[in-house]
Design a protein around this ligand. Structure first.
Ligand code: MGP
Ligand code: SAH
Length: 256
């Protein structure tokens, strides 16, 4: 006869087997949702990003993973490469809004020590996976967290900022105001926080950004910071602008 204790132990083991099975199924389901090839899962306005996926990641079809926001926000590879070139090698670079790692991968490929932060755990999971596809995951520290909360404990050579612009509809507003339209905080506060972490800050912004505001950011410091604005094109089309502030601006000018 089986004792009560043994019966409850069997029940516990059974429950844990069922739980493990359910966990596995959930994980599989989540991973499936992130797999490429799920074209039917994309809304119509995301199709254009899918069509140009190889300009976002040249190795997209080697298993790159991303969700919807990751797809419309990722920095096209040619731009991310250029930004990494201008930022140089061998430094500590914080990618404060990592997304699916379009930028973090290129900074790592240039032998920087990269700290990759994103508030969204699912996107950090994609970012780590994508960095593996490019063979650089071991060079990047991935952190799930809020950049503003983490900033007081961070120090680096460069902070790279590629924050949410408010979705693909930002263009409808005409001139892009970094004070009112940038998320999750206004651009001036964001910039000040980044400057408390590193002497050089790089901002990736919409092509419609108010150029006067970019100059105002430089004047937040005394003496004002050196800065350089670069327009970013892909296949001849203007996509965005990158602004380099501080030492990195002087360095960037040498690459003009
Ligand atoms: P876009 O302006 O949405 O597309 O994004 P495009 O190709 O100019 O649109 P079209 O209508 O002219 O075809 C251009 C690029 O900007 C994207 O590939 C991303 O790199 C970047 N980008 C777009 N959004 C909406 C964001 C965002 O919210 N945050 C960040 N960091 N980058 C973005
Ligand atoms: N450059 C990235 C795209 C960044 S999209 C790439 O190439 O893939 C902007 C990212 O900022 C989103 O993934 C969003 O989750 C993240 N984000 C938003 N608020 C944040 C915060 N407070 N701290 C850190 N990340 C944040």
């Amino acid at each position: 006869m089986v004792s009560k204790t043994v019966m409850s132990a069997i029940k516990l083991v059974k429950a844990s087997v069922v739980q493990k099975k359910m966990k596995k199924q959930k994980k599989k389901k989540e991973e499936k949702a992130l797999l490429p090839g799920m074209i039917e899962a994309l809304s119509e306005n995301l199709l254009k990003y899918w069509v140009r996926r190889k300009s976002l990641f040249s190795r997209f079809d080697d298993g790159i993973r991303c969700d919807e926001q990751g797809l419309f926000s990722v920095t096209p590879e040619a731009i991310a490469k250029r930004q990494a070139l201008l930022c140089g090698s061998g430094g500590i670079v914080i990618d404060a809004f990592t997304g699916v790692a379009g930028n973090a991968i290129q900074f790592a490929l240039r032998q920087n020590q990269v700290i990759a932060i994103d508030i969204n755990p699912r996107r950090i999971k994609c970012a780590r996976h994508n960095a593996k596809v490019y063979g650089v995951a071991h060079l990047i520290d991935f952190i799930v967290g809020d950049f503003f909360g983490l900033a007081p404990s961070l120090q680096a050579d460069i902070v790279f900022l590629s924050p949410p612009w408010g979705g693909p509809d930002y263009k409808k507003a005409g001139t892009y105001n970094i004070e009112t339209m940038l998320q999750p905080k206004n651009g001036f506060s964001l910039f000040s926080v980044a400057l408390s972490v590193a002497p050089s800050v790089v901002l990736f912004l919409p092509q419609t950004v108010d150029m006067e505001q970019l100059e105002q950011l430089a004047w937040l410091s005394s003496p004002p910071l050196a800065y350089k604005v670069e327009k970013n094109h892909v296949n001849g089309y203007l996509k965005a602008v990158t602004v380099y502030y501080g030492d990195v601006a002087t360095q960037a000018r040498d690459h003009a």
